[in-house]
Design a protein around this ligand. Structure first.
Ligand SMILES: Nc1ncnc2c1ncn2[C@@H]1O[C@H](COP(=O)(O)OP(=O)(O)OP(=O)(O)O)[C@@H](O)[C@H]1O
Length: 454
């Protein structure tokens, strides 16, 4: 045995790590992946070469490997949500001469179903847990929390810290920001981190409720309140949110008469269903969102000032994507991962030029627009990497024009530089070929290469 281990140690480990149908990952003291076996690569849908050397959090969803390295504490049979399933993982710190030098993670069962087959005795408990979880989710309605908000910019970090501070209280929060910046994700997160997290989270799209239905939608109605009223009546959004959070989305689009009614409920803490004989007490926390300039709407008497002061106790301004361009790369990668998983197509990365175009574009639709662009590119691409030609045309033409402050000369230079760079790349550095692709003379190309120091 000694000689077996002595002479064949490496082969034995390799055989062990690679032949079982379990997943193994090893990270170093910085949380960078040193080893990922083939089975895990298949499960994660990544290439080994792309994973090695990268921080484990960028490759494995909800991983805790880097935390185990920090704490030095092993975690055995932990439930981890990954690729749409709960799997069971164990994480063991690796020590050398008393120091933690890394960690080994092993996925024991890749989904709870696999686990159930082997552990019939806990089946009942787990099913019960799932039932409660689903029930809670249905009742609760808030599915996102802070870790779903992907970012690396300082402004977003500061916002997330602010959310952690204000979430526990009952203070009303007004979320401001352009459409698609993630206001709803913040509303969910505030609820999740609050003491009301086990209670309902109810969203009202203030812009979408027709005027004549507004009262019954918000405050409910009693049986027989009007012709066509349901038997037994119907609770309104306020009653449904009782004890929890009411998210008033696009409050700036709410008609004035509805603003008056909402204000009254907030002031008095009670609602009166249509046809009810007396009001009922209601306890809700209000989170509102808007992309409208409310101060201007107050000036033009389209928004009530008293309601504004009620909802605007703490204000969170979510920056537009063009004001936090350092988030774009991370967001694009994360959205790609999420979308390919949903669509079921293997597309693993973006060409570097795509990121350049993303950086130059002004993203009027913010993260929602980025999501749409990545989704359409995933459908269109014929390769595993999204290329410039997979992007919508308006992105290419606008990318140079996004920064109007630069002046026309600078914009044209930038466009020219990118075109030359692209042609050189396509021609594998061959300048004659690149000149041909651009339909210009060779000497003109040389001039441009010199000018832009390519
Ligand atoms: N930081 C983020 N990380 C991951 N996904 C994000 C992020 N921000 C926004 N998204 C995604 O972008 C889309 C738009 O986000 P959301 O609906 O929260 O924006 P919004 O500001 O509420 O928009 P609107 O004002 O139009 O309702 C959603 O699919 C959301 O999941």
């Amino acid at each position: 045995m000694d000689s077996l281990l002595g002479y064949h140690r490496y082969d034995l480990f390799e055989t062990f790590f690679e032949s079982g149908n379990f997943c193994i990952v090893i990270v170093d003291h910085e949380g960078l992946i040193s080893y990922l076996n083939e089975e895990y690569c298949r499960f994660l849908n990544v290439k080994k070469s792309e994973a090695l050397g990268h921080h484990v959090t960028s490759i494995i969803e909800n991983t805790r490997m880097h935390l185990v390295v920090d704490s030095g504490e092993e975690e055995i049979a932990d439930l981890q949500y990954i690729r749409g399933n709960y799997m069971i993982a164990s994480r063991i710190p690796l020590r050398s001469e008393g120091e933690v030098v890394g960690a080994l993670g092993m996925v024991l069962f890749r989904d709870t179903e696999e686990w159930l087959k082997m552990n019939s005795h806990i089946k009942e408990l787990l099913l019960e847990l799932e039932a409660y979880r689903t029930q809670l989710q249905q009742k609760n309605g808030a599915v996102y929390s802070l870790h779903h908000i992907i970012s690396r910019s300082n402004t977003m970090d500061q916002l997330k810290n602010k959310v952690k501070k204000i979430a526990p209280g009952d203070v009303s929060v007004l979320l401001r920001g352009e459409s698609g910046t993630g206001k709803e994700l913040f509303a969910h997160s505030l609820h999740h981190l609050s003491e009301r997290s086990t209670q309902p989270f109810v969203k009202v799209n203030c812009a979408a409720i027709p005027d004549n239905l507004l009262e019954s939608e918000l405050f409910g109605y009693q049986e027989g309140a009007f012709t066509g009223a349901k038997r037994g009546g119907k609770p309104g959004k306020f009653q449904l949110a009782d004890g929890g959070t009411l998210f008033l989305d696009e409050i700036g689009d709410m008609p004035l008469n509805a603003q008056v009614k909402i204000l009254r409920v907030l002031q008095e803490g009670e609602v009166e269903a249509v046809g009810a004989l007396k009001p009922e007490k209601i306890d809700v926390r209000i989170i509102a969102s808007t992309h409208q300039p409310l101060e201007e709407l107050i000036e033009s008497k389209e928004f009530r000032e008293d309601l504004f002061y009620r909802i605007n106790v703490v204000q969170l301004q979510i920056p537009s994507l063009r004001d936090r361009k350092e988030d774009i790369r991370l967001l694009a990668k994360s959205l790609l991962h999420k979308l390919t998983e949903r669509i079921g197509k293997r597309v693993v990365d973006f060409e570097e030029e795509v990121f350049e175009i993303f950086q130059a574009y002004h993203w009027p639709g913010n993260v929602r627009e980025l999501e749409n662009v990545v989704e359409s590119a995933v459908y269109l691409t014929n390769t595993e990497v999204i290329r410039v030609e997979d992007l919508p045309a308006h992105l290419l033409s606008h990318s140079y024009l996004g920064e109007e402050t630069q002046g026309l000369k600078a914009i044209m230079d930038k466009a020219e530089k990118q075109a030359v760079e692209r042609a050189l790349k396509k021609a594998d550095g061959d300048k004659s070929k690149a000149a041909e692709l651009l339909n210009i003379g060779k000497s003109s190309l040389y001039d441009k290469v010199k000018k832009y120091q390519l």
